[in-house]
Design a protein around this ligand. Structure first.
Ligand SMILES: O=C(O)CCC(=O)C(=O)O
Ligand SMILES: [Fe+2]
Length: 268
């Protein structure tokens, strides 16, 4: 992605709370992701969680980085990460990586903000920047994510379960929706005859806690295979050479044999 293109997306997230990157995902990657998700669902016998938030006809697979190497291409993807780094900063982290497959018959998810459990006065700088990767077309009929533009600037989060007027973030397979963690939104109802498949690639600022615990949730022998940037994004670096250190070394130095030099903020 060209810097001016990234800048336009970053400005859109700041102003409207969201943006869509079209043709972001390579067709071969879309196919591999779809195939892998179906295989995991089958092999791991994954079924809907059956609650109002995760849905009654929605299959969600969590902790994807622990499950197959193909998912490693997502957090570092050049069509999305520069935008997220502009919204948060380059110390951002993978907060969670999961799939959300909405099956026919699913009703709309309650409108929410992904950062609403965080007890900070709103509006605030983005602590969270999330993305939805369209592995099928996203249409109003099949449950495209519903959004309420501009709501990231409000002074509160929505009331859970209340109706709000929203618009569907329709996009073609291969596109990615990126939003500010305070934006009011929710998964749509699927009134079509086919599944809507998305991957929720969620990031957070480097100074807050990740939603899925990447350091404990991904076996270290798998993290050792990650490229350096992916290790950092999973929390094996530090934020501003301070937050997350272990005895003044990075987790990657202590646990993964990273030999790159590191100076703590205090020594600099
Ligand atoms: O599936 C979607 O379109 C959105 C899901 C969502 O917002 C969430 O689970 O936090
Ligand atoms: Fe959400």
């Amino acid at each position: 992605m060209k810097p001016e293109e990234a800048a336009a997306h970053i400005a859109a997230v700041e102003e409207h709370g969201y943006t869509i990157v079209e043709n972001a995902i390579e067709p071969d990657l879309i196919d591999r992701l779809n195939d892998t998700l179906l295989r995991l669902e089958r092999e791991m016998n994954i079924v809907p969680a059956r609650n109002s938030f995760e849905g009654h006809h929605t299959v969600r697979i969590y902790n994807l980085l622990a499950l197959d190497p193909v998912f490693r291409r997502i957090p570092v993807h050049a069509s999305v990460l520069p935008v997220v780094e502009g919204v948060l900063d380059d110390g951002c982290l993978v907060s969670s990586l999961s799939s959300i497959s909405i099956d026919p018959g699913e009703t709309a998810q309650p409108i929410h903000a992904d950062d609403q459990v965080m007890p900070a006065a709103k509006p605030h700088i983005p602590f969270v920047c999330n993305s939805m990767w369209a592995l099928t077309d996203f249409t109003e009929e099949n449950g495209a994510t519903r959004i309420i533009p501009g709501t990231h600037k409000r002074d509160s989060s929505p009331e859970y379960g209340k109706h709000y007027d929203s618009i569907p973030a329709e996009m073609k397979k291969g596109s990615v929706l990126i939003w500010h963690g305070s934006l009011w939104h929710g998964g749509g109802a699927n009134k079509s005859k086919a599944r809507r498949v998305g991957i929720a690639m969620n990031y957070c600022a480097g100074f807050i806690r990740q939603q899925e615990n990447q350091q404990l949730g991904i076996p270290l022998n798998i993290v050792r295979e990650f490229e350096p940037r992916l290790r950092e994004l999973c929390g094996f670096g530090t934020y501003r050479n301070l937050i997350g250190h272990i005895d003044k070394k990075t987790p990657a130095q202590r646990l993964l044999d990273d030999t790159r030099s590191f100076r703590s903020i205090w020594d600099s």
